[in-house]
Design a protein around this ligand. Structure first.
Ligand code: KG4
Ligand code: ZN
Length: 397
């Protein structure tokens, strides 16, 4: 099954084309193209993502990103005259215009390009419908639905967090080109991104239960806010990580490890963030060396909390696999900490960390989850919902 996938939940406009095959227990994926257009530089000025600005950028970039994805996959064929009859074509145009009613900019670009290319050889379209910024999500959804009608393809709605979870089916160490990965169950997924920090139990494929979550800030959010306190640009995660790696080893600063010993599996990062704020105020003049030490100690605190809570959940639910997904697992120290935990303390557990290119937002993970969803529908003899909407707070279950 060849899937074209679309991701616009935050500030990345991404489209991938993925060949997927195999059954739900041992699926295999071959990435034909994966294009990610980041708006980070644009939002940096505002120190965070501005929803309506993100929406406008998605509308502007979706068609060029699609063109590039089709080209890279070798699926872009120009057409001279429209392959459909005139009447039929007009009917189609009206239907698509109705779908794109609220997406004025996108509509214009859509009709400037889509009728000039042949229907590509794909089987279905997968698109993120939540969680995320609703204006941004709607642009991707409307685009997917419009393409679905125009090209007569099924559209599969995908939960962004299921994407982050199943991105681990293309794990580190694979070339991200063609992979077949087994996922022994039950599994536990730690999802750490800019909007989420969750421990998710997976007893059966396609069924999720959130067993722990942050009570305030997400880990990525804490990274971004601490970076701002240190005068580093958005997104702060990679900046903090670089600073921390350059740290010389001094140990004068100590931050708390919030909720590390609590009896539940929840997290809290706002206290840690506030401790950093107080420390920066107390020190006043932040030299480069002090910034490096703050970044280092902040990362240490995050790592300790994440590893301790995850280990507790692994033992509690006796899982066979640990997945760690989401933008924050791009962080080298955090990746190494989980590798060490498994090697040294839990050698029977299979660790799946997504390929480096699939940690931060991308569309390949949406194609992977879309394929798994399609297999679920096939088994149950059902079809994906047609009238799905953007759901900013969509829960993983
Ligand atoms: O998954 P993602 O791309 O978007 C959401 O779904 O939120 O995650 C983005 C988050 C941002 O907060 C960013 O600062 C963080 O991931 N991040 C990192 C690193 N790279 C990205 N955090 C720590 N270290 C990194 N190297
Ligand atoms: Zn994400």
């Amino acid at each position: 099954m060849r899937i074209l996938s679309i991701e616009t939940s935050c500030d990345e406009t991404a489209i991938s084309i993925v060949d997927a095959s195999g059954n739900i227990k041992s699926p295999s994926f071959k990435v034909l193209s994966a294009v990610v257009h980041s708006q980070a530089d644009l939002h940096a000025k505002w120190q965070g993502v501005v929803p309506n600005l993100a929406k406008r950028e998605h509308a502007k970039n979706l068609v060029p990103v699609l063109e590039q994805a089709l080209k890279e996959a070798g699926l872009l064929k120009k057409t001279i005259s429209q392959p459909k009859g005139k009447k039929q074509g007009e009917k189609l145009d009206i239907k698509v215009k109705k779908i794109l009613e609220r997406e004025h900019d996108l509509s214009e670009i859509f009709f400037g390009f889509i009728p000039t290319i042949e229907v590509p050889e794909i089987d279905a379209i997968a698109v993120t419908h939540g969680p995320g910024l609703e204006p941004a999500l709607w642009t991707g959804i409307s685009f997917a639905k419009a393409l679905g009608v125009y090209w007569d393809k099924e559209v599969i709605p995908v939960n962004h967090m299921e994407g982050h979870t199943l991105s681990a089916l293309l794990p580190e160490g694979t070339a991200s080109i063609e992979t077949k990965t087994e996922l022994p169950l039950p599994a536990l997924a730690l999802l750490i991104s800019g909007g989420h920090t969750e421990l998710v139990l997976i007893k059966d494929l396609l069924h999720y239960k959130v067993v722990g979550a942050t009570r305030d800030d997400a880990v990525g959010e804490a990274f971004d806010k601490v970076a701002r306190m240190l005068g580093l640009p958005y997104p702060g995660g990679p900046q903090i990580s670089k600073m921390a790696e350059a740290h010389s080893g001094t140990k004068n600063i100590k931050f708390p490890r919030p909720m590390i010993n609590s009896s539940d599996l929840d997290f809290s990062f706002s206290g840690l963030k506030t401790s950093v704020l107080y420390k920066t105020r107390e020190l006043g003049n932040l030299t480069e060396d002090i910034k490096k030490e703050i970044a280092h100690e902040f990362e240490e605190a995050v790592v300790e909390v994440l590893v301790t809570k995850t280990k507790k959940a692994i033992e509690k639910f006796k899982v066979k696999t640990l997945i760690v997904g989401g933008g924050v697992i791009s962080n080298r120290k955090i990746r190494l900490a989980f590798q060490k935990l498994i090697e040294d303390e839990l050698p029977d557990i299979k660790l799946l960390i997504p390929h480096q290119s699939l940690c931060t937002d991308n569309a390949t993970m949406i194609a992977i989850a879309g394929y798994m969803r399609a297999l679920g529908h096939k088994t149950r003899k059902t079809k994906p919902k047609k009238n799905f909407k953007a759901e900013g707070n969509l829960i993983l279950r």
